[in-house]
Design a protein around this ligand. Sequence first.
Ligand code: ATP
Ligand code: MG
Length: 172
Amino acid sequence: MDNFSSLQLYITGVTATGKTSVAKKLCDLLNLSYLEINSVVLEKGLFFGYDINRDSVIIDEELLTRELNAIITRNNRLCLAGSIIPLKNVFDLIIVLHCGINTLRERLSERNYSKEKIEENIEAEIMNIIYYDSIEFYCEKRVFEVYNDENSIEETCEKIISIIGQHNPSIL
Ligand SMILES: Nc1ncnc2c1ncn2[C@@H]1O[C@H](COP(=O)(O)OP(=O)(O)OP(=O)(O)O)[C@@H](O)[C@H]1O
Ligand SMILES: [Mg+2]
């Protein structure tokens, strides 16, 4: 596989749809560098504080955008994973992962989340919020929805690789 062509992917989706699992596997398969947006935020201290009610950090989006731009400039084969959407006009493709509600509820329940946090995520998946945010923010033609539910992680990666190939075969 050509390791020199530029490929910038963004894997997003509701919590526990499988962003990290799929992004890591995809990086192995396509020789991409893996980057978790939450890790960048925490490691570099790019947050204002912690929102106890929402059980999440309050991200400094301006600093995060600056940091991600610098990382992307240094590395042209990247797969980022995260549930927020900080950058415009950067990614070749944005993959929104989905998961059936029953499976998602099981995955969320395995974590020590509050009932409110579980329901908030289930509602976000039902309303397809991440997809609608993505097409509002990015070029719609670059946003693809992929189910990561009954497929294995490898099968989900194959679907994504097929989308990359259709979008721009020269990238692969
Ligand atoms: N295709 C799959 N089949 C079975 N289990 C899966 C699949 N994909 C992910 N999982 C499992 O679902 C759980 C959530 O996956 P993962 O942590 O990758 O999600 P995430 O979207 O990165 O979550 P977060 O938003 O918290 O970062 C994990 O236990 C993972 O092993
Ligand atoms: Mg993750």
